[in-house]
Ligand binder design. Structure first.
Ligand code: S3P
Length: 437
């Protein structure tokens, strides 16, 4: 395990390009593996999680060539996934673990065992198993709900399923299963979550229907099976969730002005920017507006970030899924804001790479924050800064980077124990920060 120290810096200045989007990279590799024709993916994320996905799609029969400027995937077609020699190791990648089984569950034959690292072994898979079994899938999991688990190919039928929680991973799993099922698959989400799957499938010629559920904030997304995906090329934008650490550092450190280049700003990912705007932060870019129609591409912009004072805000349950991976940063920003910052309806944070309510609250409190956990979020009282100290990443990439940003903005600096976890999504994080300092 590596311990790294982040001392307060005077200011951040310059331009930085964040790594490629993790969510979109996973989907690009999986959909390319399902395609009959070769697919070129430019700006594919080179990080631990997305390398697990390349390995996984290789093991089910895709040929993957990693070239200097692109990843070329020659897939098996929708119904040609092969049985691997051993278990599929998803490493730390929850998205891989939840999306790939949707495809494999509907193969005519074959059996696939999924396993992963220690953190993944604590993350629930019953959320995909229950609806897939309703469709006719044959899946066995440890205690019925945890990895390792085995998927055996079966004939799947259609389903209308109301998700108990807004989850892009579960929604995507079921939509993917719908591509090989007999009958329509409709997923009803209580509130919107990221829609990269819908956009990429629509771009690959799949008829995806989306409509608002009457009398609430719910959304219904429907799909029917297709003969093949027509994908050809995918360009992966920069990852807003990785950029968020740079943006937060730019806002918190006095005198900073940075430009974060080529960031994906799909509306269903920019909840954090809307929260920042309410807090009074200055982040300027060409953001995608909310739309009722189904876009087929991913918008990209440069974000211009300035230091400035913050006021507290409340994040409501319907905003949570649109900013889920950035909520730890809302806690950190709350330490510097005037007033009480509250996050509600975010119990999903408890089943991320770590229990992010517990690890964020304990971690920031150890650095001097006035922060309390609630069952579904946290309450932070702003104290105009943070002392510093030591924080443990608990093997969670986002917690490691949170500790680093806290250190740069703190009075005494922060030591992050387990900084290597950042490589799951952002291997160049420490050098990017150093280049801005
Ligand atoms: C992801 C969806 C989110 C997010 C995760 C990536 C995705 O998870 O936290 O980092 O790529 O679909 P849930 O959909 O389970 O909330």
């Amino acid at each position: 395990m590596t311990t790294e120290r982040f001392d307060p810096v005077e200011r951040l200045r310059g331009m930085v390009t964040p790594p490629a989007d993790k969510s979109i990279s996973h989907r690009a590799a999986i959909f390319a593996a399902m395609s009959p024709e070769p697919v070129r993916i430019s700006n594919y994320l080179d990080a631990a999680d997305t390398n697990s996905t390349l390995q996984a799609v290789r093991s089910v029969g895709a040929i993957v060539e990693v070239r200097p400027d692109e990843v070329l995937v020659r897939g098996t077609g929708l119904r040609g996934a092969q049985e691997p020699e051993g278990p599929i190791d998803v490493g730390n990648a929850g998205t891989l673990m939840r999306l790939l089984p949707g495809w494999l569950a509907g193969q005519e034959e074959g059996s696939w065992e999924f396993q992963g690292d220690e953190s993944i072994s604590r993350r629930p898979v019953n959320r995909i198993i229950e609806p897939l079994v309703m469709m006719g899938a044959d899946i066995d999991a440890r205690e019925g709900r945890l990895p390792p688990f085995t998927v055996r190919g079966a004939r799947l039928s259609g389903l209308e399923y109301e998700l108990p929680m807004a989850s892009a991973q579960v929604k995507s799993c079921l939509l993917i299963a719908g591509l090989v099922a007999y009958g329509e698959v409709s997923v009803i989400e209580p509130t919107s979550s990221r829609d990269h799957t819908e956009r990429m499938l629509a771009g690959a010629g799949v008829a995806i229907q989306r409509s608002a559920v009457e009398g609430g904030s719910g959304v219904r997304i429907s799909v029917r099976n297709v003969d093949e995906l027509e994908l050809e090329e995918v360009h992966v934008p920069g990852d807003l969730s990785s950029a968020a650490f740079l943006i937060a550092a730019g806002i918190l450190i006095p005198g900073s002005r940075i430009v974060v280049e080529s960031v994906g700003v799909n509306w269903s990912r920019t909840g954090f920017l809307r929260i920042l705007e309410r807090m009074g932060a200055i982040v300027i870019g060409d953001l995608e507006p909310e739309s009722q129609s189904m876009p087929t591409s991913e918008p990209i912009t440069d974000l211009d970030v300035c230091h400035g004072p913050l006021i507290a805000t409340t994040v409501e349950p319907e905003e949570v899924a649109l900013a889920i991976d950035e909520l730890p940063l809302v806690a950190l920003l709350g330490c510097f804001a005037e007033g009480e910052t509250v996050v509600r309806g975010a119990q999903e944070l408890r089943v991320k790479e770590s229990d992010r309510i517990a690890t964020v609250v304990d971690g920031l409190r150890g650095l001097g924050a006035e922060i309390e956990a609630t069952h579904d979020g946290f309450v932070v009282t702003g104290t105009a800064g943070l002392r510093g100290g030591t924080i443990n990443s608990h093997g969670d990439h986002r917690l490691a980077m949170l500790g680093a940003v806290a250190g740069l903005a703190s009075r005494e600096g922060v030591e992050v124990v387990g900084m290597e976890a950042a490589a799951v999504s952002y291997p160049g994080f420490v050098s990017d920060i150093a280049a801005l300092s």
